[in-house]
Design a protein around this ligand. Structure first.
Ligand SMILES: [Zn+2]
Length: 140
């Protein structure tokens, strides 16, 4: 089963995810993290949806290609997390709801790459990813 634990995010992304949830709460948005890390097998099962299995296509990434599959020193270190806003304890999947735009603005202010932005390569509203330029700093 895919992880929702912030500890399964890359160390650089963990404080950003915590700040994201906190800033959302301050703005009156309850942001639930639905996925941090997922295994290659889980990724392939998602990839099959909308292709060899029924349902809408939800990803273009196969095992190992998703930011959610990233490992570091042999441990999960996802480079992205997925969230959904809750209202009255229920997830709001309609991306036209203003809470999505608020979450996008909060993510952008933290330097995260939000895939719900209009010019995203593959629009995926719940997906917030660590900027690759931020990650490069660690390698240098
Ligand atoms: Zn995602």
């Amino acid at each position: 089963m895919a992880s929702r634990a912030i500890s399964d995010l890359h160390p650089q992304l963990q404080p950003l995810a915590e700040a994201f949830v906190r800033r959302c709460r301050d703005a009156g948005v309850e942001a639930l993290i639905t996925c941090t890390w997922r295994s290659g097998a889980e990724q392939d099962a998602l990839y099959a949806q909308g292709r060899s299995r029924p349902g809408p296509k939800v990803t273009n990434a196969r095992a190992g290609q998703s930011a959610h599959n990233a490992m570091r020193h042999g441990s999960p270190a996802a480079l992205a997390f997925d969230v959904v806003p809750l209202i009255g304890g229920k997830p709001v999947w309609d991306a036209h709801h203003p809470h999505w735009q608020l979450m996008g603005e909060i993510g952008a202010a933290l330097g995260l790459n939000w895939y719900g932005r209009p010019d995203a390569p593959f629009r995926e509203f719940p997906h917030f990813e660590l900027n690759s330029t931020d990650l490069d700093k660690e390698k240098k």
